[in-house]
Design a protein around this ligand. Sequence first.
Ligand code: ATP
Ligand code: MN
Length: 483
Amino acid sequence: MFNKRIRIRELLAMEPQGQEVTVMGWVRTFRNNQFIALNDGSTNQNIQVLVELGSQGEELLKRVTTSASLKVTGTIVPSLGKGQKMDLKAARIEILGDSDAEKYPLQPKKHSLEFLREIAHLRFRTNTFGAVFRVRHALAFAIHRFFNEKGFVYMHTPIITASDAEGAGEMFRVSTLPFDQTPRNDKGEVDFKQDFFGRATNLTVSGQLEGELGATAFGEIYTFGPTFRAENSNTARHLAEFWMIEPEMAFYDLEDNMNLAEEFIKYIIRYAMEHNREDLEFLAQRLADEEKQLPQEKRSEMGLLEKLEFVLNNGFERLTYTDAIEILKESNHNKKKKFQYPITGWGMDLQSEHERYLVEKHFKKPVILYNYPAAIKAFYMRQNDDCAPGQPTVAAMDILAPGIGEIVGGSQREERLHKLEDRMKEIGIPLEELWWYLDTRRYGTVPHAGFGLGFERMVQFVTGMTNIRDVIAFPRTPGSAEF
Ligand code: ATP
Ligand code: MN
């Protein structure tokens, strides 16, 4: 039986008084044939295993190499050395798995994040990734806890979908048709009638449309699942496969939606601050060290923990798209032509440099922009009734976070059937394709709203990791799907 072990995290919380324990883990270092630093992934801290001279066979000790896996039974005693509270005096050491230290790619030194991405199968064994992925776990757990406490129903929306009307991004086709002899119809087009589902299908870009079906029965639902976008944007904030949380609520307007999103973000940050203090302190230090290499003006004004505290203790700035354009237009940054994309005026789509200017330079806190021009937003967003002439807007809202840019995108949904149909016709979405979606507007339609939070962008924000590839276990990006 293996399960009579204690995790190092729990062990280190004990008062060492000679208790007998068994730990299992992987060797980080072995010094002087005496001190083994053993790690089991429950914390970045290692337990120092004390090997008393002559107590273990020499052959065995030779096999205690970096990353070998061990089972150690012994007693815990207060440490005589500095840097740790206790030592585990080994009575019995068993090698569970050898590791060829010559070939093991992770040496006990600092590796670059780029190099670690190439060995993503082993990078969890570093302190940085240990901390990042424990925080990621905590955030995922906090998300479920938040919605459960609020009475939301967790809904699993499909991963394979036939609707290609959402326009959220480029899609990955799902097909079992042969590549070399694709069946064609009379017009010479690929005949998807012969495909597995009898029609063309894709990986989902969002669970929202199905989420709305749930909300109009349960009142409040949320999804938390993988989404896929074949966008060829090689940025530090885009993945081809990422996880999204999409709550959808009946009887909510845009303001309710913003309130929920802000409360939600603060809740999950607070949860991580309370439960993952040690990991966040480690990541804060890591970020501070990394930023020391940057020129002064590129460094963050606040440390990671300070930033998270600040977000918890301050309201997000809320302003309309129209006001944001005004601020950007009047900014010195724009007047000195420092934006790569100049502010051309009302109606333009905001680039990430504009969003970051508002958040990082102007307001210096998270910002919620709302009431966007209808033309740059999706068909299902609610058309505002009180728009300025020639400037139709929809009840959309985006939340912008320092260092990341857009982290949430949401809206009140158009619940009025004729308005929704008119909009779909206007931009050429066939009504019959979304007959089931339109049915919710036919049978007891209600005001409702929802949003999508990109999970990895949230993890980036909380961990301070600058590249999104470093907060998901095995990133999928253009040209890369190893592991
Ligand atoms: P962006 O403008 O940054 O590409 P978007 O407008 O395409 O975002 P939405 O369609 O509103 O984003 O998706 C909701 C949320 O999902 C975004 O706010 C963001 O947090 C996240 N997100 C969108 N695309 C990606 C991606 N390719 N990789 C990781 N997260 C993403
Ligand atoms: Mn996008």
